[in-house]
Design a protein around this ligand. Structure first.
Ligand SMILES: [Zn+2]
Ligand SMILES: [Zn+2]
Ligand SMILES: [Zn+2]
Length: 258
């Protein structure tokens, strides 16, 4: 399985528009973070997690030409507003069935159908993505040997989905995790987790909270994502390597094999 980080930035992306801080003006490409999204590929089956507003940029930057399924974590703007760009992946599909299945919680599916109603109308004059919605509540074998398990986590007061895909888990936009969800992550090899900033936040894990949870779950490697402009790549890399070789900050374009 291969994971490609398409964006590991917070909702504003990094740099922030108009910000002159050290990280926003840094020339280190690893301090340039698009909105949060990853591509998980297994035997030429490509799963996109979330359609960030930067989806078009990400697809061009990383030469993504195929998407077989989309998993949505939740419906905040930084995770869904690239949905219309899925159109191009419909066009690129060679087979007759050009529909792309999308998977999300019932709340998220209802929200998407409501806010992007043009996508789900039978007839429209202009072009639109062709998507089929699926509510995901429990583990699903999306193709032989590839299991997707939704991991319910709290993002502030909202219960949203992280996802376990075989031995990998992506848990972004999380501020607390029920014990039952921690149990669903037993035995994973790689975890990618929300680590917004050093200070605590109402709806996201801080770096320290992300580390505490990573220690509980104890995967071989833990990667941080959804990072804001308070986090300088070289600094956080140094902090991580002092704590444990298992902790790794991600950057856009990072490719992980497992
Ligand atoms: Zn977010
Ligand atoms: Zn800044
Ligand atoms: Zn969010």
């Amino acid at each position: 399985m291969k994971i490609l980080v398409l964006g590991c930035g917070t909702s504003t992306g990094v740099p922030l528009i108009g910000c002159r801080c050290k990280v926003c003006t840094s020339e280190n490409p690893k301090n340039k973070r698009l909105r949060p999204s990853i591509l998980v590929s297994e035997n030429n089956f490509d799963i996109l997690i979330d359609t960030a507003p930067d989806l078009r940029t990400q697809a061009l930057k990383f030469n993504i030409v195929n998407i077989d399924a989309v998993l949505y974590t939740h419906t905040h703007a930084d995770h869904i507003f690239g949905i219309d760009d899925l159109r191009m992946f419909n066009y690129l599909k060679k087979q007759d069935n050009k529909f792309i299945p999308i998977y999300a919680s019932e709340t998220a599916v209802n929200f998407i159908k409501d806010k992007f109603d043009y996508i789900f109308k039978e007839k429209t004059e202009s072009s639109k993505p062709y998507l089929i919605t699926n509510i995901i509540k429990e583990s699903l074998e999306i193709k032989p040997g590839l299991f997707i398990t939704p991991i319910p986590v709290y993002h502030g007061k909202n219960l949203i989905n992280g996802y376990r895909i075989n031995d990998f888990a992506y848990v972004t936009d999380v501020s607390s995790m029920p014990e039952s969800s921690l149990s669903l992550l037993k035995g994973i090899k790689v975890l990618m987790i929300d680590a917004l900033r050093f200070d605590s936040h109402k709806t996201h894990f801080s770096i320290a909270e992300a580390i505490t949870v990573a220690e509980k779950i104890n995967p071989h490697r833990t990667y941080f994502t959804h990072m804001g402009h308070n986090i300088d790549y070289d600094e956080i890399k140094e902090i991580c390597s002092c704590k444990s070789e298992k902790l790794i900050p991600s950057y856009d374009g990072l490719s992980i094999e497992l």
